[in-house]
Design a protein around this ligand. Structure first.
Ligand code: PEP
Ligand code: MG
Length: 747
């Protein structure tokens, strides 16, 4: 790059800095900027268009176009050349604008006669803020140097916009991050809450985008990159034994940290007049823009690694730590790109809600959020760019909606809804210790699902009669290393103590499929849900299963113990697992340890095959529990994690109910207690129909107990059975419409 051009653009940036430092109101600043650029580039027109709302760009300042068009000329995202630059995030450089596809002439601006057009996106970290345009009469394309210089200027304008430099009297621009925004995502844990934003990783604010002394900035950058490299090497050293994926990420970090191209581009930005941190951010912005256009998952991941690395570098340069001195608000709603289960547990119940830009319904973080009963919405695009620490926020997880900085009317409607829910909760609290007996006298056992110590306080407050499903894998999933047997003993003992004698059904490890332990070698399977998981792992590699069974027996220390094996697909698997337990008991006896006072051993029925097992199987098990989440996915061949199909088949489908009835009948023949512990047990209408088909015990999330019990208490199962039978008789696919009509008729 020629020295002269470098110093030209440094001069321009120097003058921009004076504008920034001055006390002019926002509009005057913008006007000065367009003037400066027009002068220094020798172009007739320079204009700045900024977003008015998510879809509309507005001409906010111009040198060369008609001044009366300012704040009048608007275009939609994608409309005309300016709209196209904003939508694609790509530079447009043309000598003949009118012949470009999508060109739109705006007569009120007086832009006729300007044939060449250079449009530069103004963006900050992938967030599109507007477009910087220069136009000239002569039909020419702008040189690479000119484009580059304007990119640097656009970067500074982006920073200034972020800092609110153009807000104020006459600017007619509402400040960024002050408008109400509604964002949508997917519900991963129901609930509604109101609070204030707490960013897990707050955005780093660059307050000095322009620097006077490039040499000093180079030194700062080199020093910071060196610190970053040392840090990455250290991480690699510590993680020597980590899994392949983690190591791959760190190796990519190292590759980027040593990348000459990355470094060179940042150095060029500094030579043009940017500060070290602005140079890092400019590169980061461009990587993010590329990320939006890359469809290859692997490449996207690598670009997101680069993004993480840039964040680290920015923190080193600005000295802004992970929370920049901000204090956790009393009603925090956590906002993050993604978060690990252990980090989430660290926050614990202090959180009112969680909103993730990425994440998934089946992620470990979602499991923890459920255990803590914190409303969680995942897949909320743009939430990180939009939210600022301390913003007022409403999370309506049932609807999958986040209201950032809501206006009064939204807040009022939301609070009304919360008040209604609170009233319902009061009603549920009043029936907490009432047994669930239906109007026609059927007694349904109501138990809760749990998996972490954090769940157990709900055992008393929810009115559950016991824990019908304790998912032991959760304690394995939230750790970074395999727990020792002694840790497990202590843990299970604490669970039993907290249960105060209520029955706790410990399900042995259900790993594999979507539950992959971070410290176990991942197996590459074409279809993990149908693969090596749960009891299959336990039987093939019995070491962990034995250790877990020993821990359970020791934790019981003479108290009753209930053990359940997951994902049993055939009788033989149950027998083999039971034999492991018998061996463990014999071993414990030899060692002189106290044995459980009473031992109940059961299986989960999660594959249709087990419904057709020999009757002897039903005789041998002490109890069975239907894992409806898995049973349903295998019955309908519809992946429970796949958004496209997971809601396609109704639990109240007559075929599925026929399968449940068959299981009920087979259990009745052998007098085997049967429960249902999938998510459907916690949905009132589904729970009612399950009870009508003859299931005597339901195990669900604590928050579902009130609504389910309340409906059971008011219902007559005999009458419901007639409704179901009639719907079937008519050949209906699902009994839901008939059941809903019946419920409505009863008010
Ligand atoms: C089920 O499959 O219904 C179940 C309760 O187990 P999980 O959801 O843990 O697979
Ligand atoms: Mg299951």
């Amino acid at each position: 790059m020629p020295e002269a051009t470098e110093s030209e653009s440094r001069k321009l940036l120097g003058r921009l800095r004076e504008v920034m430092a001055g006390s002019d109101p926002g509009q005057a600043r913008l006007d000065k900027i367009t003037q400066l650029i027009g002068d220094s580039m020798g172009t007739e027109v320079c204009s700045v268009y900024l977003f008015r709302d998510a879809d509309t760009l507005e001409l906010c300042a111009t040198e060369g176009l008609k001044p009366e068009a300012v704040h009048q000329t608007r275009m939609r995202l994608g409309e005309g050349l300016v709209g196209r630059v904003a939508r694609t995030g790509r530079v447009m450089n043309t000598a003949d604008a009118p012949s470009e596809k999508g060109f739109r002439y705006m007569p009120e601006t007086g832009e006729e006669g300007y044939t060449s057009f250079l449009g530069i996106p103004i963006q900050r970290l992938g967030e599109s803020l507007g477009v910087l345009v220069v136009q000239s009469r002569d039909g020419r394309t702008y040189t690479a140097d000119e484009v580059y210089a304007l990119e640097v200027v656009a970067m500074v304008i982006a920073e200034m916009t972020e800092l609110g430099a153009f807000v104020g009297e006459g600017a007619a621009l509402s400040p960024l991050h002050q408008r109400p925004v509604l964002l949508r995502g997917t519900c991963a844990q129901e609930g509604a809450s109101e609070g204030h934003v707490w960013l897990h990783e707050p955005r780093v604010l660059v307050t000095n985008p322009i620097a006077e002394d490039p040499r000093r900035e180079m030194e700062r950058l080199t020093g910071a990159v060196e610190e970053l490299r040392v840090g990455v090497d250290k991480m690699l050293e510590i993680s020597a034994g980590a899994d392949k994926e983690q190591l791959q990420v760190l190796e990519t970090y190292r590759m980027f940290a040593n990348s000459k191209g990355w470094m060179r581009r940042m150095e060029e930005d500094i030579a043009r007049g940017l500060s070290a941190e602005a140079a890092v951010e400019k590169e980061q912005s461009q990587a993010r823009a590329r990320m939006g256009q890359v469809s290859d998952a692997y490449l996207r991941e690598r670009l997101s690694d680069l993004d993480d690395l840039s964040n680290r570098l920015l923190r080193i340069l600005t000295g802004q730590g992970s929370q920049t001195g901000a204090e956790l608000p009393p009603d925090p709603i956590l906002i993050a790109r993604n978060i690990g289960p252990a980090e989430l547990l660290d926050y614990g119940r202090s959180l009112r809600g969680i909103v993730l830009e990425e994440g998934s319904v089946g992620s470990h973080a979602a499991i923890v959020a459920r255990a803590l009963a914190i409303p969680l919405i995942v897949n909320v695009q743009r939430v990180i760019a939009e939210a600022l620490n301390g913003d007022h926020v409403l999370v309506d997880s049932d609807q999958g909606v986040v209201h950032l900085r809501p206006d009064e009317s939204v807040v009022t409607a939301f609070r009304d809804k919360m008040a209604m829910q609170a009233k319902a909760q009061e009603r549920y609290a009043s029936i907490r210790s009432t047994p669930a007996v239906t109007r026609d006298g059927a007694r349904i056992g109501i138990h809760m699902n749990a998996g972490l110590m954090a769940d157990l306080p709900s055992l008393d407050s929810s009115g559950a009669e016991g824990v019908g499903l304790f998912r032991t894998e959760l304690q394995f999933l939230v750790r970074s290393h395999m727990p020792k047997r002694s840790e497990l003993v202590a843990n299970y003992a604490r669970v039993l103590e907290a249960a105060h004698g209520k029955r706790v059904v410990f399900r042995t490890l259900d790993i594999g499929s979507d539950k992959v332990l971070p410290y176990m070698k991942p197996t590459d399977e074409p279809n993990p849900a149908l693969g090596w998981r749960a009891i299959r792992v336990g039987l093939d590699k019995p070491g962990i299963l034995r250790m877990q069974l020993q821990a359970l027996v020791r934790a019981a220390a003479g108290r009753p113990l209930t053990v359940m094996f997951p994902f049993v697909a055939q009788f033989e698997e149950y027998r083999a697992a039971r034999a492991e337990l018998d061996k463990v008991i014999a071993g414990e006896r030899r060692l002189g340890h106290r044995l459980p006072e009473r031992l109940e051993v059961g299986a989960m029925l999660e594959t249709p095959s087990l419904a057709f097992a020999p009757q002897k199987f039903f005789d041998e098990v002490d109890f069975l529990s239907i894992g409806g989440n898995d049973l349903k996915q295998f019955f309908f061949a519809a992946d429970r994690e796949n958004e496209r199909v997971r809601r396609r088949y109704d639990t109240l489908n007559t075929s599925f109910l026929a399968l449940i009835e068959r299981i009920v009948e087979r259990c009745a023949i052998s007098d085997t207690p049967l429960s249902f512990c999938g998510e459907d047990a916690g949905r009132p209408v589904e729970a009612l129909c399950l009870a009508a088909t003859g299931i005597g015990m339901l195990s669900m999330r604590p928050a579902s107990i009130g609504p389910v019990k309340s409906l059971l208490l008011r219902s007559d199962l005999g009458a419901l059975r007639d409704v179901i039978a009639d719907a079937r008789e008519r050949g209906e696919q699902s009994v839901r419409p008939a059941v809903m009509d019946w419920l409505r008729a009863q008010g």
